[in-house]
Design a protein around this ligand. Structure first.
Ligand SMILES: *[C@@H]1O[C@H](CO)[C@@H](O)[C@H](O)[C@H]1NC(C)=O
Ligand SMILES: *[C@@H]1O[C@H](CO)[C@@H](O)[C@H](O)[C@H]1NC(C)=O
Ligand SMILES: *[C@@H]1O[C@H](CO)[C@@H](O)[C@H](O)[C@H]1NC(C)=O
Ligand SMILES: *[C@@H]1O[C@H](CO)[C@@H](O)[C@H](O)[C@H]1NC(C)=O
Ligand SMILES: *[C@@H]1O[C@H](CO)[C@@H](O)[C@H](O)[C@H]1NC(C)=O
Ligand SMILES: *[C@@H]1O[C@H](CO)[C@@H](O)[C@H](O)[C@H]1NC(C)=O
Ligand SMILES: *[C@@H]1O[C@H](CO)[C@@H](O)[C@H](O)[C@H]1NC(C)=O
Ligand SMILES: *[C@@H]1O[C@H](CO)[C@@H](O)[C@H](O)[C@H]1NC(C)=O
Ligand SMILES: *[C@@H]1O[C@H](CO)[C@@H](O)[C@H](O)[C@H]1NC(C)=O
Ligand SMILES: *[C@@H]1O[C@H](CO)[C@@H](O)[C@H](O)[C@H]1NC(C)=O
Length: 807
């Protein structure tokens, strides 16, 4: 009976096919409500789902969670809402509610028992015969059931904190109405509207995207549209992951973007801390990876820490209360909403400051140095600092004053103060008014705090010291002839006092970075040294460890040599050999004419390549430097290059070739794969090296400014000229000696092989060395896609170029 055998499986298949649309519908219509507790709509591509979900909104876990109706990423294990209907009115009890098409055709959340409406789409429907459908893009649309192209309402027009690919941000020229834009969440759990918003600039001829605080203070602007990107977001022009467009016609004007690869899971969000960023879901690391935050610095977000706080970019957490204040709501603070700020511990003695009978209980001032001043200062006529102080003291509502280019006093809550931050605002000393009692009691308190801090430091320092000492001991065992203060071939543990002496109390500064400053010094044996003093809190600690760990192990003529270190108390210092010619960027990008000659450039390129080849392959473990750029390449007296700054370096065990890590490095030198959050390999250094090599050859900076002011990004010009066979026309005009055109051609080809989009297409550093040495030959490389997208025959680029030409 063969037919029976065939019949059974076929019917089984039919059953499955017939059943699947039921379990994952993407549409609801009248009479088919959607109830909480597992029921959901799923978009056809399976990417998005619509339904009810539960969330506890406070940090107190015992508080009962509330119910929301929303759209989330169905392929992401961590529930991530992309849109929420009732963010302002969560439902206390989800089980009695359902999502329906109401009598007027609108989408509504209704109470099952008495039919009261808790939320409605409130659209002007022309029929009550409507259906709602969840599209592949994550857009929920409500349309006429008999004509699906007649759309009455869509979730994309009512964004919450997420701007999905395909959504539009702009205005209708017919009604003059602007789209709603983004509003941040209240905190990391509570989905109700927060204080930050992102929206197109209203009433302006130039279309821009803006970020604002409390709908009143704009703290970031995208800048003008330049054909393919906004002027303050030049990264967009790479068009690596997504394409974007500004559409303007008779009916409407809007900005939109879409993914090049539809299967990627991404969202653009305005987060709780006021930064807008692109997030990509990484299956490898099971988390959302963020990149391109705007504004780039957290402290540039207006009032991100709330009143009476100080924002510090170089510390974690970056928000701290001012002296004499404590956190207003610990719960909000822990959930990432710091906008509540801090409260005064001891009230001001304002009354007694009027009378001379105050018994010394007048308020006092505490000097905060190197601050960005708060907003809303009032100018005061006081002619000198004492008068300025007096006029603040005599005004009960004065919270602070400054005397810098005249007297300024503050009568409102002190907002937006940052410290150790070099922004555009003038920096100086802010005198903060505190109760005299605060200064008195603070001695006692301070004693306790100092005790705690010391205990903590001793703990971390001692554990760190144990690691380093173990390492040093191992070294000492190897080089048994060494004295404690002069370890030949090894590294020295210096006393702080000795380094203080060697650097003449840190008087000659050579440079500085985000983690610390570098000073010149001379040891008693007249060795000239460079001492890096790490400031900042934990980040400095991490860098210190990474640096000692990596550079302590390795030795190569093209890697900077670590002579020693000091970790005494909270002091963290690193001691290197001194490089009289400083860093490469100082020579490449100067206009003073003292330019490097071609043969030196070529030697530097080859030296850096050898140093990297050693790091990647020849030392014990593979080390990925992760931050190759001209600032981190130092030059000794005879211009031999030395790779420096291993604070971001990553170790890769011998048996692995990749590591997962969060994005680091410097824009302009970052390989595209950082962005997608995949595990990285040493090929990220190859990419950065390629960019640096182009800078070495042509003496042009690969910077953001160069990117946006120039019509063609200069690596693109290079590849174009390379394909035309005429790279020498781009050569640095400052090079005076005879340029070896064969070397130029060779170096350009290598550089372009280094900056290919896909790691597998890039050469490795060993090959780079061999090519530069002339041992192997390479063909002309293909145009990398990232660059091609910018230079390629996109019509808008050409028309933009013509427009600029005609101006
Ligand atoms: C609440 O629960 C989360 C995760 O379950 C936990 O991390 C957190 O510490 C808890 N908070 C409190 C206040 O118990
Ligand atoms: C947490 O919530 C419960 C019940 O709502 C309440 O009794 C308790 O005091 C709360 N705890 C905190 C730390 O707020
Ligand atoms: C639509 O409206 C008509 C009257 O305008 C009403 O009779 C009908 O019941 C409504 N249909 C639904 C599904 O609510
Ligand atoms: C419907 O019931 C809910 C509770 O079940 C109640 O809060 C609400 O006020 C009721 N609405 C009307 C219109 O009766
Ligand atoms: C609905 O129509 C009314 C009157 O025509 C109008 O005032 C209102 O703005 C419209 N609402 C929407 C959401 O278009
Ligand atoms: C469907 O709706 C669209 C948009 O409202 C309209 O232009 C079109 O004429 C309608 N088609 C039919 C068959 O009614
Ligand atoms: C935000 O603005 C509103 C009115 O514009 C004001 O009442 C409110 O106090 C402001 N919020 C803060 C935190 O300043
Ligand atoms: C698109 O992305 C998916 C997952 O991220 C990847 O597997 C696939 O290869 C990509 N497709 C293309 C054409 O790049
Ligand atoms: C202190 O003096 C100021 C003006 O000099 C006055 O406005 C304020 O009311 C006085 N305060 C008290 C408590 O007397
Ligand atoms: C801030 O930056 C300016 C120029 O960018 C510089 O001249 C100034 O010295 C800097 N201030 C501090 C405190 O670093």
């Amino acid at each position: 009976m063969p037919p029976a055998y065939i019949f059974v499986p076929v019917s089984f298949c039919i059953l499955i096919i017939a059943a699947s649309p039921c379990s994952a519908a993407d549409t609801i219509s009248a009479g088919q409500p959607l109830a909480p507790g597992g029921e959901k709509l799923v978009s056809k591509n399976g990417k998005f789902a619509l339904g009810f979900f539960q969330r506890s909104t406070g940090s107190n876990n015992s508080s009962t969670p509330k119910w929301y109706l929303g759209i989330w990423f169905d392929t992401v294990p961590k529930l991530t809402p992309a849109w929420v209907a009732n963010r302002e009115n969560p439902l206390p009890d989800g089980t009695s509610s359902e999502l329906i098409i109401s009598n007027d055709g609108n989408l509504a959340i209704s109470n099952r028992h008495n039919r009261s409406i808790l939320w409605s789409s409130q659209a002007n429907t022309t029929t009550n015969n409507t259906v709602a459908m969840l599209l592949n893009s994550g857009d929920l649309i409500l349309s006429d059931a008999s004509n699906l192209t007649a759309i009455f309402w869509r979730s994309f027009d009512h964004m919450t904190d997420t701007f999905l690919p395909g959504a539009r941000m702009g205005r209708s020229k017919v009604t003059g109405r602007w789209s709603h834009g983004l509003v941040s969440n209240k905190n990391s759990r509570d989905l109700s509207p927060g204080i930050y918003s992102g929206h197109p600039s209203p009433g302006s001829a130039d279309f821009k995207l803006l970020l604002s605080w409390n709908s009143s203070v704009t703290y970031w602007s995208s800048g003008q549209w330049r054909g393919q990107y906004f002027s303050n977001m030049p990264e967009m022009s790479a068009r690596y992951l997504f394409l974007s467009e500004l559409v303007s016609n008779d009916q409407e004007e809007y900005f939109t973007y879409w993914l090049k690869n539809e299967s990627m899971v991404t969202r653009y969000v305005l987060d709780v801390s006021g930064q807008a960023k692109m997030m990509i879901w990484s299956d490898a690391s099971e988390e959302w990876i963020s990149f391109y935050p705007e504004p780039g610095a957290q402290c540039e977000v207006y009032a991100v820490c709330g009143p009476f706080t100080v924002c510090r970019e170089d510390m974690l957490p970056f928000c701290n209360c001012m002296k004499g204040f404590s956190i207003r709501s610990q719960e909000d603070w822990e959930l990432g909403d710091r906008t509540g700020g801090c409260n005064r511990n001891i009230p001001l003695n304002c009354a007694s400051s009027n009378s001379s009978m105050s018994g010394g209980l007048t308020d006092m001032f505490y000097a905060m140095r190197n601050v960005r001043y708060p907003d809303n200062a009032k100018h005061n006529g006081a002619g000198n600092a004492e008068d300025c102080e007096r006029s603040c003291l005599s005004d009960c509502s004065c919270y602070a004053y400054s005397y810098y280019d005249g007297c300024r006093i503050w009568n409102s809550e002190l907002l937006n103060v940052a410290q150790g931050y070099n922004g555009s605002a003038s920096e100086g000393i802010l005198y903060l008014r505190l109760a005299a009692g605060e200064i008195k009691t603070s001695k006692h308190k301070r004693g306790m705090i100092v005790g705690l801090v010391t205990a903590a430091t001793i703990f971390t320092a001692s554990s760190l010291f144990a690691i380093i000492c173990m390492f040093v001991r191992r070294r000492i065992r190897k080089h048994s002839s060494m004295q404690s203060s002069n370890i030949r071939g090894g590294i020295v543990a210096f006393r702080y006092k000795d380094l203080q002496h060697a650097t003449k109390n840190f008087s000659e500064k050579l440079g500085g970075g985000s983690f610390g400053s570098v000073f010149k010094g001379i040891l008693p044996d007249s060795t000239v040294i460079a001492v890096k003093r790490l400031d900042g809190a934990r980040q400095g600690e991490k860098e210190f460890r990474a640096e000692v760990r990596s550079i302590g192990k390795i030795q190569h003529i093209n890697l900077v040599k670590l002579i020693g270190f000091c970790c005494q108390g909270s002091k963290r210092l690193l001691v290197y050999e001194y490089m009289p010619n400083h860093s490469l960027d100082a020579h490449l990008f100067q206009n003073s004419g003292m330019s490097l000659c071609w043969s030196t450039r070529y030697k530097i390129a080859l030296g850096v390549a050898r140093g990297l080849a050693y790091l990647h392959g020849n030392c014990q473990d593979c080390i990925i430097h992760c931050d190759i750029k001209p600032q981190n390449i130092l030059l000794d007296a005879s211009f031999v290059p030395k790779i420096a700054d291993f604070g971001m370096a990553k170790f890769v065990g011998r048996d692995f070739s990749r590591v997962i890590t969060t994005m680091r490095g410097t824009v302009g030198y970052l390989a595209p794969e950082w962005i997608s959050g995949v595990a990285i390999s040493s090929k990220v250094d190859v990419y950065s090296y390629g960019m640096v090599l182009l800078e070495i050859i042509f003496g042009r900076r690969n910077s953001r400014e160069e990117y946006s002011s120039d019509r063609t990004y200069f690596p693109v010009q290079v590849v174009n000229k390379l394909l035309e066979g005429n790279v020498q026309c781009l050569m640095d005009q400052n090079i005076e000696d005879d340029i070896n055109l064969e070397e130029v051609e060779r170096a350009c080809r290598v550089a372009c092989w280094c900056i290919q989009d896909h790691e597998s297409q890039r050469v490795n550093m060993g090959e780079v060395v061999q090519i530069l040495e002339g041992l192997i030959k390479v063909d002309v490389p293909p145009m990398p896609k990232v660059l091609e997208a910018i230079s390629g025959g996109a019509d808008s680029t050409i028309s933009e170029a013509l427009r600029l030409e005609n101006q």
